[in-house]
Design a protein around this ligand. Structure first.
Ligand SMILES: Nc1ncnc2c1ncn2[C@@H]1O[C@H](COP(=O)(O)OP(=O)(O)O)[C@@H](O)[C@H]1O
Ligand SMILES: O=P(O)(O)OC[C@H]1O[C@](O)(COP(=O)(O)O)[C@@H](O)[C@@H]1O
Length: 304
């Protein structure tokens, strides 16, 4: 079974307007809301790709109830832990550029964390755990490291998509897969990366820590996938970007789906990037038919 954990879910509120004028009243042309948070997005994309998962994490209040309702209506199993405050609202502005304002998590207590540890104690060989998104400030930043270690010890696989301190610390627990974007990879090594080729030495260093797959996304400029045997490059398909929120989460879902279906490494990489682009080219998330069509536009090059 695939389990996704979102410690910091969100109600994503999307607002579209011609121009943002700071210090003035702005009116949107179009707005909508959707459940968000990286693990939840992975579960929702997996479902669209034909895979079931169980969504775990902390939710609360009217925003949490909305997330649970939408996710369960999509026939995704949930086992969220209820907290007292309201799940945050993240604002996604699409204007001349895309901008985001991500909110603050409600309080999470040590009892809530204990409940999560108990839920994850059932994972075993054949299971996969996705730990994705930010770690709320009141939770120790080693949480992913601790959860990853205990799940890896039980021979399940762990997929990570995070950033900052939580990401730095989890690397020591040898997760199966990580997907930093190029900014996040740069942050890990205190460098600025401009093009895929420049990622190679850093991907090598991460593989040296015992991580099996390191996938670095460069938005519309392609992606790099490193394993112990080779480092590959994939181009991204061309198209009109309608919304890139959730595109990174879609790459994780695509790779996990492909791996579950025993695709070859090259096809898994193509499928992952195609899922990211299919989401970027849609108002909502990638649908399988579009992913399979975009896959045909992706070519893999061996970098090393
Ligand atoms: N301009 C684009 N054209 C095509 N695909 C894109 C574009 N921007 C993002 N994507 C897709 O979304 C994926 C993730 O984008 P990226 O910005 O690197 O990560 P994140 O969303 O995690 O910040 C890319 O690997 C690609 O599949
Ligand atoms: O936990 P964080 O880092 O604040 O990110 C949460 C946000 O990321 C998203 O999961 C989207 O992530 P990506 O665009 O990286 O795929 C949103 O749904 C959510 O608002």
């Amino acid at each position: 079974m695939i389990y996704t954990v979102t410690l910091n879910p969100a109600l994503d509120y999307f607002v579209e307007l011609e121009q943002v004028n700071l210090g003035a009243v702005n009116r949107s042309n179009y707005d909508y809301k959707a459940p968000g948070g990286k693990g939840i997005n992975v579960s929702r994309v997996l479902k669209r790709l034909g895979h079931q998962s169980e969504a775990l994490g902390f939710i609360g209040g009217f925003t949490g109830a909305y997330i649970k309702d939408v996710v369960e209506k999509e026939d995704i199993k949930t086992n969220f832990i209820q907290v007292t405050g309201d799940t945050r609202i993240n604002i996604k502005i699409k204007s001349e550029q895309e901008s985001e304002i991500n909110g603050v998590s409600p309080e999470i207590t040590s009892e809530h964390l204990e409940q999560l540890h108990t839920q994850l104690s059932v994972l075993n060989e054949g299971d996969a755990l996705v730990l994705a998104g930010s770690v709320p400030a009141m939770i120790p930043s080693e949480i992913y490291e601790v959860l990853c270690k205990s799940v890896i010890e039980r021979n399940a696989e762990v997929f990570i998509d995070s950033s900052g301190e939580a990401m730095t610390k989890v690397l020591e627990a040898q997760p199966t897969f990580i997907k930093p974007n190029h900014h996040e990879l740069g942050e890990l090594f205190s460098v600025k990366l401009h093009e895929p080729q420049e990622a190679i030495p850093y991907v090598r260093e991460l593989l040296g820590k015992g991580i099996e797959y390191v996938l670095v996304s460069f938005a519309g400029d392609g992606a790099v996938l490193g394993t112990k045997d080779q480092i590959l490059f994939a181009n991204t398909p061309k198209g009109e970007v309608k919304n890139s929120v959730g595109a990174g989460d879609s790459v994780v879902a695509g790779f996990l789906a492909a791996k579950t279906e025993n695709m070859t490494l090259e096809d898994s990489f193509k499928f992952a990037v195609a899922t990211g682009s299919a989401t970027a080219f849609s108002k909502g998330f990638a649908e399988r038919e579009k992913v399979e069509a975009l896959m045909l536009e992706i070519n893999i090059k061996v970098l090393e």
